[in-house]
Design a protein around this ligand. Sequence first.
Ligand code: BGC
Length: 398
Amino acid sequence: MKGKITMKLFGQRRGMFTMMVGILVFSLLLAACGSSNTGSTSGTTPTSGSSSAGANGKGCKKAGILLPETATSERWDHKDRPLLIADITKALGAVPFFNNAQGSATTQQTQAQADLANGACILVLAPVDSIQAASIVSAAKAKGVPVISYDRLTYSADLNYYVSFDNTKVGALQGQYIADHYKSFVTANGTTNTVMIDGAQTDNNALLFSAGAHSALDPLFSSGALKKVYEKFTPGWDNATAQTEMQAALTANGNKVAVAYVANDGMANNVIAALKAVKLNGKVLVTGQDATAAGIQNILKGDQAMTVYKAITKEAQGTADLVAALSNGTDTASITNGATVAIPSSGGAAGGTKIQSVLETPVAVDKSNIQSTVLADNFVTKAQICAGLPSGTGGICP
Ligand code: BGC
């Protein structure tokens, strides 16, 4: 299944050759271009540090953080941004550049170009587009600047490190939750119809989430225990599009749906809105991811069954640890705990290159363990998740 999905991703593109030409053209453009920082939607300026650190980040004080979006998930602006800035500032003793590309791969390239021109000597890159961002890695490499791919893999054999979660496991947790809980929903709705709303096909993570979910769900589809009636990747993880997708799935099936696999909490919230419109919220098993305050609140209300908690605190800290080691020129072997195939879709030599990785473990969260996971870690607060809910909700709310 993973192979099939990855092929789909590449089927939409003109292939590796075009990509390589693109990378080359972008690198040449970079060499020729000036240094305006217009692409940054919000910028923090490094307070100090050398702009001419040696190759591979040694002595570097100026990191550049490149995040992909804000609207697709609360996490990027509320967790990743503040945590990465704080942890990297501490690691280097200087405030990093910060950029958010707001969903545009082109903007992200411009922002990377500006960071490099302004002397960034380590890049932390969460790509908008896992394929297109390879040109950023090439441009950085040309300047001896190491790149850490953050959360989302960038398809480049020149990538230096990758920090993320076990993303196939994220999807497997979502799929396994459905496998463990679908029966009562099938009985109550009198249907086995299952809808799958995946993330953006341009995000390697979305492919892994879907593959992980399928590993748990495909046996149920094969046996007929569940019937997949709809599956779509959602361009740009657009939350509103997820609502349109759910409406389409409901209409096509006469509102007969028992399960909605939804890749993250942001899209789940809109799927729930579509279900509400036909009075099916709370009756359909809906999944999510990110353990956002809104997602946990939907679980407490009974409209969403589960989410996946990813301790972004650890992800940001792992990244800052690598940044510190690069700057200090110390060994990173004690920080990394795995290796990731550089270009998963390519069977070629470059594709087989392994990127040293830090991979954290995701945790499934439902009503039963909100307290012992996201509340215990202070990832969300009671005030956030209980806002507007009756006292005693979920045995949690005051
Ligand atoms: C992240 C998810 C997030 C999604 C949409 C993925 O790459 O891993 O946590 O929900 O992007 O922003």
